[in-house]
Design a protein. Structure first.
Length: 304
């Protein structure tokens, strides 16, 4: 474990005492819970494999328990917190650290390109650590994995059910858009399971720590946005066949002739349901569809 040699933090004040001193009450509407087991924070930071060469974005810094472990391992840190009541707590602990920047705001309302460009030095890659509120887990994940900025590793706490869907196997009940998207962008694994008893107020569900080791280049040379458009259309009605969801419903938007030609070229049976297709098959179907669309467009232009 590599740490910043010049940085030492005073002993952590008990989180309950911090809350009392700053008059903090956790807001159910923002999905706020107090993590009582600091060992979980250690596991998250270890999973991120931080070093002084890393620049890290932490979303939802809260009382700074996870932040304390990040700032002694990473070279630069941007803490993003939506709740104004937590900012004085963070400023008190980290405001005098030159390598730590604090930003109050909703991460989903801000361009990562602009935010990272303003608060962190230029890097070839960045990392994300976050204890994600359950109600916005998926939007925040896509905000980062689809960003033009390359995040090489994401380590996030999330609802256990969402973690299960991210690592679901093909043809299982949990296999869907999240599982396909996760594999499109990264190697995904569940690092640790976290019971609800580790939090106050106690949530109704368990959590888990999920690690994304993101691909620098698109998987199998995929046109990722186009492939994900096809995947979303396919799973829009997961009980229906690909013939119905991609050819008949019009949800995908590609010409029927191009889709039909892609089924024939790839040998993928249009009578299959989306949960039976591997990520590689979705990529192949999207690539073939896109190629046939280009051929059709070229023929149209030539005819004119």
């Amino acid at each position: 474990m590599e740490t910043l040699p010049e940085l030492s933090l005073p002993p952590a004040e008990p989180l309950r005492d911090l809350c009392i001193r700053h008059g903090i009450r956790f807001k159910k509407g923002l999905g706020q819970n107090l993590l009582l087991d600091d060992n979980i924070n250690r596991i998250m930071v270890d999973a991120a494999d931080l070093s002084p060469d890393d620049a890290v974005v932490e979303v939802g810094s809260g009382l700074g328990a996870l932040t304390r472990r990040i700032v002694v391992r990473a070279g630069d840190v941007l803490c993003v917190e939506i709740d104004a009541t937590f900012i004085p707590v963070l400023e008190e602990q980290f405001g005098n650290m030159p390598h730590v920047k604090l930003f109050r705001g909703d991460i989903l309302n801000h361009s990562l390109v602009k935010l990272v460009g303003e608060f962190l030095p230029p890097r070839d890659e960045y990392k994300l650590l976050s204890n994600l509120p359950y109600y916005i887990t998926t939007p925040i994940l896509f905000h980062f994995i689809e960003s033009p900025i390359y995040f090489s590793r994401l380590v996030v706490m999330m609802q256990a059910e969402v973690g299960d869907r991210l690592i679901a196997d093909v043809n299982s009940s949990n296999y869907g858009i999240l599982a396909v998207a996760g594999r499109m962008y990264a190697d995904v694994d569940v690092v640790h399971h976290v019971p609800a008893s580790c939090f106050v107020p106690r949530p109704k569900v368990d959590s888990c720590i999920v690690r994304f080791r993101c691909h620098r280049e698109p998987l199998a040379g995929a046109d990722t946005p186009f492939t994900m458009k096809l995947v979303r259309a396919a799973f829009a009605q997961r009980r229906k066949t690909l013939r119905n969801s991609l050819l008949k419903s019009g949800a995908f938007g590609a010409p029927q002739a191009a889709i039909q030609a892609a089924f024939e070229e790839t040998g993928i049976d249009a009578g299959r349901r989306p949960q039976t297709l591997s990520v590689e098959e979705f990529i192949a179907l999207a690539r073939s569809t896109r190629a046939h669309m280009a051929t059709m467009d070229a023929a149209r232009e030539e005819a004119q």
